[in-house]
Design a protein around this ligand. Sequence first.
Ligand SMILES: Nc1nc2c(c(=O)[nH]1)N[C@H]1C(S)=C(S)[C@@H](COP(=O)(O)O)O[C@H]1N2
Ligand SMILES: [Mo]
Length: 384
Amino acid sequence: MHDIARRDFIIQGSAALTAVALLQSSQAYAFPLRQGETVIPWLDQPTENLEPIGVQTQLVWEDLDSWITPNDKFFSISHFDRPIIDQAAWKLDVDGLVKKPLSLTLEDIMARPRQEVVFTVECSGNHGFPFFTGGIGNARWAGTPLAPILEEAGVLDEGIEVVFWGADAGEIEIRDMKFTQNFARSMSLQDAMSPDNILCYEMNGEALPAANGFPLRLIAPGWYGIANAKWLKRIELRDRRFTSLLMGRDYVTIREEEHNGESVWAETSVGRARLKSAPARVTQVGSDYRIVGAAWGAPIDHVEVQIDDGPWSPATVDESETADHAWKIWSLDWPSPPSGEHTVTSRAFDTAGMVQPAMDDPIIAKKHTYWESNGQVTRRISIN
Ligand SMILES: Nc1nc2c(c(=O)[nH]1)N[C@H]1C(S)=C(S)[C@@H](COP(=O)(O)O)O[C@H]1N2
Ligand SMILES: [Mo]
């Protein structure tokens, strides 16, 4: 609706009307934009091209100017090939330990009850390397709930694990053995039955783009990106835990933990999202500067911002456009900052009172793999 209103204004062509439209849409999107503002780029910029390792498009934080990330700016990750699927020939099989295996066409799935969710998807590797900081986006996903489909198939008592198979595959190597494996991720039956999970065919009002899993993907609100299997072709019920490449070898967090004065190395499969925030952009109108950012990964209560080594200041969290599993946008005015180089750090607090860990918190400092990098993000900026 907001989009249509904006388009009408732009069609009318007058610069004044366009300005009004922009103001209105910024209110509609509840994004802290100011007229005539300019964005000051961060000094620390990711530079590497990540296409060769399967990352297409990354969020450019300075460009963040709406709650919803448009499809053409949405990041995409693929571990193997990027299948182009012929919808006419495509089916989703639901099989394994079920009473009644199903084989569903896209029409069958689209004829089922529709459910939408606004969910911020973040790759668990995001901020795990200095060159990978834009593996995140917020979209309105639409599809049909997964649970009734599993109920219809009738999961047998032994069926405790739900495996989501993608159409994409690649060669993997274990010791001296090479074989081809499809993308596959699993969840316990209990997790899979969450009423939040949808089999998704639509993203921001458009058919799911090829890069994001056309024709069908799992959207598992509250889980890291890796759980949201794209290019789905099969959902399989099994009788034991499933530990493919992307469950049990890659996407494994290795962390040193203290137990009775001993250091214990724990390995856990990446699963649910973690509390996090990041400064997105600094804007300027004359001598009035403003820091805008996002917070996600848990129900956000409040956000604080630290400039250089100064005190933590409470940011204003925009509560006008929110959803349970979507990021919240926050802002902090920064009047007349002294010229020179500064750092900007944010930390989010959730409604249970947890705080996003500092980089030297043992939960981050003693983490030896780059997954689940939810430590506080510091950006550098130069003010004239
Ligand atoms: N089939 C399949 N699903 C996949 C992947 C993949 O390589 N193949 N990548 C996963 C990872 S690591 C992430 S972070 C998310 C990214 O979703 P997006 O590409 O729509 O942004 O998809 C997940 N689903
Ligand atoms: Mo990911």
